[in-house]
Design a protein around this ligand. Structure first.
Ligand code: ZN
Length: 133
């Protein structure tokens, strides 16, 4: 089971209002979408870099996953997302290879993707997201 590409890189930020103009200016690329994902207690902003995106993540609740991450580690890279043809098969495959999953079953994420997270405890400290269309 091979990923087709890196779908996006998730970066936790304190403020989208501050970070969007910064990355637009730095990369010369407009943010093309801002979306709130209520279940995850985040607001996301996307930039297209080739076939890979940057996903900026702002917390909407200090008790949410990004709120807790910012509290513990501050701003920075939060997760790497890998695109697969079939996320359910990819998650099952990872589990069979001894990986601890956060999401045993995929769910809806930003941009209408089907997503599932792998636990960083079993991926050498990297929070990995598997996704498919
Ligand atoms: Zn993501």
């Amino acid at each position: 089971m091979k990923p087709t590409h890196i779908e996006h890189i998730g970066i936790a930020v304190k403020s989208l209002d501050e970070s969007i103009p910064y990355f637009e200016n730095l990369l010369g690329t407009k943010c093309y979408s801002v979306e709130e994902v209520k279940e995850q207690k985040v607001k996301t902003a996307f930039f297209m870099i080739g076939q890979t995106k940057l996903e900026l993540l702002e917390s909407t609740d200090p008790e949410g996953p990004i709120g807790k991450f910012l509290e513990k580690k501050g701003e920075g890279i939060h997760h790497l997302a890998f695109a697969f043809e079939d996320v359910s098969a990819a998650l099952k495959d990872a589990e069979e290879k001894g990986t601890q999953l956060i999401d045993k079953v995929s769910r809806k994420g930003a941009e209408g993707l089907n997503i599932g997270f792998l636990h960083p405890k079993s991926t050498h400290g990297v929070l990995m997201e598997f996704c498919s269309k």
